[in-house]
Design a protein around this ligand. Structure first.
Ligand SMILES: [Zn+2]
Ligand SMILES: [Zn+2]
Length: 208
């Protein structure tokens, strides 16, 4: 059978080239927010770090194509240009049992904003105080600075004001795993949206 448009040998109606020309693959507008402070990004309501690692999935998610086309592989280059991410995408796909390769240029314009952690930190908001009463001074490796609203040297150690209770508990759990003694107690911190609001102080002490 010959392609009715270009005369190329084909198995079904239009050849893959002519079919793609008539039904081009394109990319939807992608909504992405990038935190101006820590570079985390928000996609589909979730904050994540390391956009590079997620980029292929985001591209796949947003490709629009005729249902007779199957997308197989994607290879891409992303380049930042002014406030845009320019994408050069190589697509390998299948149409009517034939493999094809095609190229697509697209771009994403991320909105710049602050993520929850950074806006909390810059406003001084905190949910927990980690009370380190241990010999070793905590470092950035022990406590991710993105979650630290404030750190103070106090008698016997350090107090770290942490913007996320969940994260503070994780840190304490790590210390606990390494044999340190941890304990937590809630402190009533007022009423918010009609509900009692608690902060937690979590102590980390030398093993006994
Ligand atoms: Zn053709
Ligand atoms: Zn941030």
């Amino acid at each position: 059978m010959l392609c009715p448009k270009c005369g190329k040998e084909t198995r079904k109606g239009l050849c893959e080239e002519c079919f793609l020309e008539r039904n081009p693959i394109r990319m939807k507008d992608v909504e992405l927010i990038i935190c101006t402070t820590c570079n985390q990004f928000r996609y589909k309501g979730k904050w994540n770090s390391n956009l590079d690692r997620f980029m292929e999935g985001i591209i796949r998610d947003n490709l629009v194509h005729h249902h007779d086309i199957e997308i197989k592989e994607i290879d891409f280059k992303a380049e930042e240009n002014r406030n845009r991410l320019e994408l050069d995408i190589d697509i390998t796909g299948e149409y009517a049992g034939e493999r094809f390769k095609t190229k697509l240029k697209s771009s994403i314009k991320p909105d710049k904003s602050q993520c929850k952690d950074c806006s909390r930190r810059s406003s001084g908001y905190y949910e927990a105080i980690l009370q380190f009463r241990i010999k070793k001074t905590p470092t950035d490796k022990d406590v991710d600075p993105r979650y630290v609203a404030k750190a103070e040297k106090v008698r016997g150690g350090y107090d770290f004001y942490i913007t996320s209770l969940k994260h503070a508990k994780q840190i304490a759990a790590n210390y606990s795993k390494n044999g340190y003694k941890t304990g937590q107690s809630p402190m009533h911190a007022g009423v918010r949206d009609g509900k009692d609001f608690y902060r937690f102080s979590i102590s980390i002490k030398e093993p006994q």
